[in-house]
Write a protein that binds this ligand. Structure first.
Ligand code: MN
Length: 229
């Protein structure tokens, strides 16, 4: 007996230099930059970062059109370094965590801010705010073998040519090896897992017709345009 329904398609991101990275689980870090925690009304000294997830169908490749999601009139961009894992494991030490990294890219944690705010107020889970088709636009993945470990790199995002977010990955509260170590202890990690590492300050709204561009230093870029469903 084979599958009784068709198995889901493999979701993937292009790799610089050739090939595709198959996306498995998508883990995201919340409030990993102090200035963003403050703009969202939190005290980064009181509340450490935390995790949430997005499904694979949220992934949108660079150069594509992003459908503005249903049920929201306040969708925000969150510019983030993304990390693609080549291997997994449990209880990974911080010192060994970089061994799991296949490569890096830049992504946008698109957020229905209105639904997220309601969820926060009522103590509900965040899925309504964070999960929808095209909620995770991603650049190509650039292998670590090409660029080395990325401890410092500027990231920026523009809407219609105007810079809205600017930061450096060295401002993250939890650095990439710490994120990997914590995820491996909490959940266990798997090859193909993709990490969204949190956003610097300057999050703001997107609208139908906008052209959104993001870049990770001189490493890679991401571009999407927003359309109505
Ligand atoms: Mn985020």
């Amino acid at each position: 007996m084979g599958f009784v329904v068709d198995p889901p398609e493999i979701i993937s991101l292009p790799v610089k230099g050739g090939g595709s990275f198959p996306v498995n689980n998508i883990y995201c870090v919340g409030r990993n930059y102090a200035a963003h925690a403050v703009e969202m009304g939190s005290d980064p000294n009181q509340e450490p970062p935390f995790f949430f997830m997005k499904p694979g169908y949220a992934v949108l490749n660079s150069g594509s059109e992003m459908e503005y999601p249903s049920e929201s009139s306040k969708v925000h961009h969150e510019l983030e370094l993304i990390v693609a894992l080549s291997s997994g494991g449990r209880n990974i030490a911080v010192e060994k965590a970089t061994d799991l990294v296949f490569g890096y890219g830049v992504g946008i944690d698109m957020t229905r801010r209105d639904l997220q705010s309601t969820a926060k107020d009522r103590g509900w889970p965040w899925e309504a705010g964070k999960v929808f088709k095209h909620a995770a636009p991603c650049s190509e993945i650039v292998p670590i073998t090409e660029i080395g470990e990325l401890n410092e790199a500027s990231i920026s995002l523009s809407v219609n040519g105007e810079i809205k977010q600017k930061g450096n990955v060295n401002q993250m509260i939890w650095k990439v090896p710490q994120i990997i170590s914590r995820l491996s202890k909490l959940f266990g990690l798997h090859p193909g897992d993709l990490l969204f590492t949190g956003t610097p300050e300057g999050v703001g709204p997107i609208n139908v017709g906008d052209r959104i561009a993001a870049n990770l230093g001189s490493v890679t870029t991401l571009e999407v345009s927003v359309i109505s469903i």
